[in-house]
Design a protein around this ligand. Structure first.
Ligand code: GLP
Length: 244
């Protein structure tokens, strides 16, 4: 694991955006595994800026997002599909045909999970997987569990994740209890992983994930077994990690 210490949120965002734009410049047809949450917003805004300046071209990029809430259609303001359009896709030249997210309205979960796994395989897997991290160390929506997940699956969100994500909804009751999430297999088979973390509320998750035992109770700890992981975190998120 390569740990890059950023000064603050803006520094973290620029450094991570540099890595993503380098990936796209080196391989214009890259398959990006993209993430939602507040942490990647600064990255997306930076990439939009560079796109507008002509520095990076997304016309051949494929995006396969990590997860989606069950029960929300892509027009729902809280859906991850809408989030990606509002924060990124609407401002760059990615082809709509190259954008993939799980379909939250699909009630046949086995069918939807199998379809999404096929999408990943048909595109040859993920070249660069961007990950945020939950306060309980979840990645995508892979919540703490007794074993690591394999393929795309339907998840029942933990109380801690529901509480953390309530800020995007009008009330806690409106937060969907279930989501579709890419599993650990697709994440671990990504050629490169870029995990970003900002703020003191991520410090414990970061410390346990990268400096504690590998355990499904700390989902991101599985990344210790991946050969090409870059973590970019700001000083607050690094507060509990070893100094050097
Ligand atoms: C959600 C997403 C995750 C994300 C996490 C942290 O649960 N499913 O992919 O990493 O939130 O979000 P934030 O960056 O807002 O702290």
């Amino acid at each position: 694991m390569r740990l890059i210490r950023a000064k603050d949120y803006q520094d973290m965002s620029r450094k991570a955006a540099n890595i993503i734009s380098a990936q796209v410049i080196l391989k214009p047809e890259s398959v990006l595994g993209l993430a939602t949450g507040s942490t990647p917003i600064g990255i997306y805004h930076q990439l939009i800026d560079w796109y507008k300046k002509g520095d990076v071209d997304f016309s051949r990029v494929v995006s396969i997002n990590l997860d989606e809430y069950c029960g929300l259609s892509d027009s729902n303001p809280q859906s991850y599909s809408r989030f990606m359009r509002e924060h990124f896709f609407d401002y760059i030249n990615i082809s709509p045909a190259n954008i993939f997210l799980p379909d939250g309205t699909q009630t046949d979960s086995a069918l939807e999970c199998a379809r999404y796994d096929r999408v990943i395989v048909e595109h040859g897997g993920i070249d660069l997987q961007l990950l945020g991290i939950g306060r309980n160390a979840h990645i995508g929506f892979n919540e703490p569990d007794v074993c690591f997940s394999r393929g795309t699956h339907q998840v029942t969100l933990t109380e801690s994740t529901i509480a953390a994500n309530t800020r995007f909804f009008e009330s806690v009751e409106q937060v969907p209890r279930q989501a579709y999430s890419v599993g650990m297999q697709a994440i671990m088979q990504a050629k490169k992983i870029l995990l970003i973390a900002s703020g003191a509320d991520k410090a414990e998750a970061l410390q346990k994930s990268f400096f504690g035992p590998v355990t499904p109770q700390v989902p991101a700890s599985i990344l210790q077994l991946h050969q090409d992981v870059t973590v970019i975190a700001d000083m607050d998120a690094l507060a509990l990690c070893p100094a050097e």
